[in-house]
Design a protein around this ligand. Structure first.
Ligand code: ADP
Length: 183
């Protein structure tokens, strides 16, 4: 048998050839520490999933950072809060982000931008990643205003001091934080 043609005639009865490339999935990676996931992260995931066929939320296994939650705990909290959202997948990764993106066949990396303070680091990382793999585009998404001051770091600090974090994180995360800081 000869090899398939460049276009597939799915509706051959109508002689209506559909180019194969329109079936290619548009996949994006949303990488981060997610230590732990906050309502800000969830806001970015919601925005990203409307732009792509699939969003892979990729939890970084990074030996240099000392996370409060283990990799498995961070993954579990994400599975509980975002794991059932249609076209969102939770994964872990280590090593170079662009290599992970390549392995996942993803053409984009999503990052959240909250304030000018995020910009310098994000800019540097996006350009470096472009240098390593020009086929992967970084896309910045802004959360709702009320989440622009929200970070995992600040949420952990409030929880450590006994404050109420229930309006910043999903219920299971608030519970996990209380558990961590209970005497
Ligand atoms: P990292 O260690 O990679 O910065 P984080 O979990 O802190 O991991 O953040 C992952 C991504 O989510 C980053 O792009 C960060 O800017 C973004 N992000 C974190 N919190 C928020 C928020 N409240 N609103 C929008 N984006 C956010």
């Amino acid at each position: 048998m000869s090899s398939p043609p460049e276009t597939l005639s799915r509706h051959s009865a109508f002689h209506f050839p559909i180019p194969l490339r329109i079936f290619a999935m548009r996949r994006a990676i949303y990488p981060g520490s997610f230590d732990p996931v906050t309502n800000g992260h969830l806001d970015v995931i919601e925005r990203a999933r409307k732009l792509f066929d699939e969003v892979v939320v990729a939890v970084a296994h990074n030996d240099e950072k000392q996370p409060l939650f283990s990799l498995e705990q961070r993954l579990d909290l994400l599975r509980e809060t975002a794991g059932r959202i249609e076209n969102v997948r939770i994964a872990k990764f280590s090593g170079l982000l662009v290599e992970f993106a390549r392995a996942q066949n993803a053409g984009a990396v999503i990052r959240g931008l909250r304030a000018v303070s995020d910009f310098e680091f994000e800019f540097q990382m996006a350009l470096m990643n472009r240098n390593l793999n020009a086929a992967v585009e970084t896309i910045f998404l802004m959360p709702k205003e009320e989440y622009t001051y929200l970070s995992s770091r600040i949420v952990k600090e409030i929880a450590r001091l006994g404050g109420n974090v229930s309006s910043f994180v999903p219920g299971c995360v608030a519970k996990a934080l209380t558990g961590k800081f209970r005497q």
